[in-house]
Each structure stands twice: as C-alpha cells, then as structure tokens.
Design a protein around this ligand. Sequence first.
Ligand SMILES: Cc1cc2nc3c(=O)[nH]c(=O)nc-3n(C[C@H](O)[C@H](O)[C@H](O)COP(=O)(O)OP(=O)(O)OC[C@H]3O[C@@H](n4cnc5c(N)ncnc54)[C@H](O)[C@@H]3O)c2cc1C
Length: 268
Amino acid sequence: MADTLSLARPAPPSNLFAANVLGVTHYTDTLFAFTCTRPASLRFRSGEFVMIGLMNGDKPLLRAYSIASPAWDEALTFYSIKAPNGPLTSRLQHIQPGEEILVGRKPTGTLVLDALSPGRRLWLISSGTGIAPFVSLIRDPETYERYDQVILTHTCRSDPELEFGREAVAAALSDPLVGDSARAKLQHVTTLTRAPHAIAGRITDLIAGSALFFKLGIPDPDPAHDRIMICGSVPMLSDMKAIALARGFEEGSNHQPGGFVIERAFAS
Ligand SMILES: Cc1cc2nc3c(=O)[nH]c(=O)nc-3n(C[C@H](O)[C@H](O)[C@H](O)COP(=O)(O)OP(=O)(O)OC[C@H]3O[C@@H](n4cnc5c(N)ncnc54)[C@H](O)[C@@H]3O)c2cc1C
C-alpha cells in the first residue's frame, strides 16, 4: 500500500486537468507536435486555444496553446515551437509518451466558425505554428457545411517547417468523416520566405499586391462572401488586419460575428 501511494502522481491544481502524453513527433530542431489523452469533461470548439503546461516545483508553468485537433476527437494534439531558453518549451520538447501534462479547463478564442458571419469562401491564413488552430478546423465537418471553398495558407521560412501542415492536410483528405468534403473544397497553399518555393514571399505582400489570388486563379476576397481567419506573429496580424480593413472587411468576435478574425500565434 505504501508503495502504491508513493508512486501516485499528485492531483493537479483544481483549474487544470492532467492528461497523458500518447505520442510525440519532432519535425525540425525548433518544431514538434504531441498528442495526449482528452480529459473526459473537456469541451471546446474547433479553433480554440487552452492553457497547457507542466508542474514547476509546486506550481504549474502554463502557456497558451491552440488545440490542433478537432472538437470531436478523442485525443488532443498540440503543435509547438522549441523557443530558445523558453521556460516551458525547453522542458516540454523532451516530453515522452506516458508522461503527464496539464491542460486548462477553459478553452477559448476567436478563431471559431461562430465568430464569422455566413459566407461562401473561407481563407485560413497562417504563419509558423499559427497553422495549429486551422488544423483543427479543417477536420471539422461544420467547416465544410458552412463554406463552399476552404483555402488554408501556411507561410514558413524553410520547407521542413511545412511538414506538420502537409501531414494535417493529408489527414483531412483521408479522414472518414470529412475526407469527401475536404477533397472537394479544401485547398492548401504554402509559401516560403527564406528558400526557393513555387510561391515565395511573405503572405502579407502576396495578398496586398494580389499576387496570391492571381497565382491561384481566385478573385480577390470580397467582403460580400469571403471570410478570413488569421493566425501568426503580432506584425503579421497587424499587417493582415490593415489589409482586411482596407478591403472593406469588418472584424468579428464571439459576440459580433464579422468578416475576419485574428489571433496571435504567440506573444512578442
Ligand atoms: C493565443 C495563443 C496561442 C498560442 N498557441 C501556440 C501554439 O499552438 N504553439 C506554440 O508553439 N506556441 C503557441 N503560443 C505561444 C506559447 O504560449 C508560448 O509562448 C510558447 O510555447 C513558448 O513558451 P516558453 O515558455 O518556452 O517561452 P516564452 O517565454 O513564452 O517565449 C520565448 C520567446 O519565444 C517566442 N515564441 C513563443 N512562441 C512562439 C511560437 N509559437 N513561434 C515563434 N516564436 C515563439 C516568444 O516571442 C518569445 O520571444 C500561443 C500563444 C498565444 C498567446
């Protein structure tokens, strides 16, 4: 009995769930993803973020993370940076299957379908780990029920940084639940800023000058029926927000659905 007690993990703080890590994939020196069990009472909407972390002594060390799996999934997926000397990720990057992570009880966020007014074409514009919430949304059947066309753009510096997104799109295309819809409606567009690529450059430049739309053979976004979600660095968000406002889009929120919504992929 004494042995059982000494091996038992301490209960997490009351505002947190404990989840068990199921698998970890390292993509580059600076990027990895992991899945963990989903606490039975955790509810969230596809596209939301939640606080996750590890115990640090007797206190939790928590950071905001987009949930990169859809609301219906039995497991949770997170896609993570390995920030140099980052308090959380310098430890989190070494996490192994069977170990425990902490998950907040209150997912939230604006990159949700309900924050956009009805439209026909959905643009999901991401850079770096900002693709994570959209990986959730492209596996949610409601995304395809609401839109005729879904265009996911992902901008990174080099090709290996695109791999998580490529795998996620392949998973959506072969998913028994959304595969038919994704094959008919989902388009994945990648751009690189520091290596040769079919489409090269910052997404903000490609959109501001309409080169992206010309390249894709799609008309420039129209506030009447296009809807836009944006997730990236603070400068990327402010540039994209200015572009969206200049094109006549109104920012939406959970309380007031609109033409576009934004969320930081990380704090500066
Ligand atoms: C709403 C929201 C959602 C987020 N979702 C994710 C997510 O899905 N995946 C993820 O990896 N991070 C995400 N973050 C960032 C995350 O909260 C942490 O900052 C990150 O995990 C690093 O934690 P840290 O303690 O190691 O270092 P921190 O002290 O938090 O950061 C150290 C440095 O790394 C930079 N940095 C932090 N995160 C990133 C990133 N993702 N990409 C590039 N540079 C970064 C910071 O600007 C800072 O200069 C999100 C942040 C917010 C606000």
